[in-house]
Structure formats: structure tokens, C-alpha cells
Design a protein around this ligand. Structure first.
Ligand SMILES: Cc1cc2nc3c(=O)[nH]c(=O)nc-3n(C[C@H](O)[C@H](O)[C@H](O)COP(=O)(O)O)c2cc1C
Length: 196
């Protein structure tokens, strides 16, 4: 199962620890820090069976730049998983990515999250919260999460990918045309009927 994880980990590199642990354990996992992209650069994700989206939570959300890139890059039918670290309570932060996938007609399959060291704002005064997180156990949890994803979904995702790519290639070879083509074809149809 070929995967790419698009990530942004700008506070303490907490999320990056999860991403790196997965990428160093599984050969077929590429990573991309969206901070390395040019302003309007959109990565081509068409070679991947599944796409990971990973970020710390900033002001209650996944990183905005990451979301912008993901929204521009996702194609209908793409399969997605999310990874996150957060300073506060484990709320359903992944709703962000869920909504974004719906807009792109992609599917969010599952997510893994854990606490991350946080020295943001007032927490800085008391030395931060979640010191030592993600722990070794939490990082291993991310690796186990990915292993399970691959074991349980791998073949299904590869089959689905083959079908999607065939359909995409067919649609590219047989474009349906825009509104103007539709108007012309309708006009031709009407003219043909009158003649007969
Ligand atoms: C600017 C900023 C805003 C944050 N807002 C939240 C928040 O709304 N909820 C939360 O649980 N954690 C929040 N945090 C804590 C981070 O989500 C947490 O430290 C996370 O592990 C950072 O991941 P990173 O090191 O990969 O960037 C915030 C951190 C920063 C720097």
C-alpha cells in the first residue's frame, strides 16, 4: 500500500514524531512537509493508494496551510487518514478534515491522535502542558495504527485504486466537453429531428 503523509508540525515537532515513526517503519510511505511547497504549488498525489494528513491542532483546527494544500490536491475517490497531536482535550478535531474530504468527494477512513507538548500562550508560564508527549508508547501507537490500516484495508484500497485510475484515464481520453459542447450537440440534435 503506497502512501504519502502531508504534514505540518510547527510547534514542537510533536506530530512529526508520529509521521517519522510511521515512515521509518514502512517502506512504502512517503512524507511531505507542506511548508516546503511554493505558495501555489499543488502536489500530485495520483501515485498513492492512501493519503495521510497530519498536524498539530492550532486554535482548534488542523494547520490552515496544510488544509489549503490538501483541498487543492485531493481528487474524487481519494482515500484519506488523519494524524494529530493536541494540547488540550481530545475533541473531535478531525471534523475539519472530514468536511474537507466531503467537499473534494474524497473519503476520510480513520484517524489517530494523542497529546503533544504544548507551551502555547499562558501554558508557557507554567512550563507547558503534556511534557514528554507524545510518549514512546503513543508514538508506537501511531505505528500500530498504520500497521492495522495496512493489514485491514491494504488490498481493498489497492483494488479500489486500480479501478479509479482506469476510470480517470477513460474520462481523460473521452472528455464530455463543457457547456458549449452541450449546446452545440443539442442544437445538432434539434436540427436533425426537423430534417427528418
Ligand atoms: C498557536 C497554537 C495554538 C494552539 N491551539 C490549540 C488548541 O486550540 N487546542 C489544543 O488542544 N491544542 C492547541 N495547541 C497545542 C498544540 O496542538 C500541541 O502542542 C501540538 O502537539 C503541536 O504539534 P506540533 O508540535 O506538531 O506543532 C496550540 C499550539 C499553538 C502553538
Amino acid at each position: 500500500m503506497k502512501a504519502i503523509i502531508l504534514y505540518r508540525s510547527k510547534h514542537h515537532g510533536n506530530t512529526l514524531k508520529l509521521v517519522e515513526a510511521i515512515a521509518s517503519t514502512f517502506d512504502d510511505v512517503d512524507t511531505l512537509d507542506v511548508a516546503t511547497l511554493d505558495k501555489n504549488e499543488v502536489p500530485d498525489l495520483s501515485a498513492y493508494h492512501i493519503i495521510g494528513v497530519a498536524s498539530g491542532i492550532y486554535y482548534g483546527q488542523f494547520d490552515r496551510d496544510l488544509k489549503r494544500v490538501v483541498q487543492a490536491a485531493l481528487k474524487p475517490g481519494d482515500k484519506v487518514f488523519a494524524l494529530l497531536t493536541y494540547g488540550g482535550e481530545d475533541k473531535w478535531y478531525v471534523r475539519d478534515i472530514d468536511g474537507l474530504c466531503r467537499v473534494c468527494q474524497a473519503d476520510l477512513l480513520t484517524s489517530y491522535g494523542c497529546p503533544g507538548y504544548d507551551t502555547w500562550g499562558p501554558f508557557k508560564l507554567k512550563g507547558g502542558v503534556n511534557k514528554g508527549h507524545p510518549t514512546e508508547e503513543e508514538i508506537q501507537g501511531a505505528v500500530n495504527f498504520y500497521r492495522r490500516l495496512e493489514t485491514e484495508y491494504g488490498e481493498i484500497l489497492e483494488d479500489d485504486y486500480e479501478k479509479r485510475m482506469k476510470r480517470r484515464a477513460y474520462e481523460e481520453a473521452h472528455p464530455r466537453g463543457g457547456l458549449w459542447t452541450l449546446v452545440k450537440n443539442t442544437a445538432k440534435g434539434v436540427a436533425g429531428k426537423k430534417k427528418g
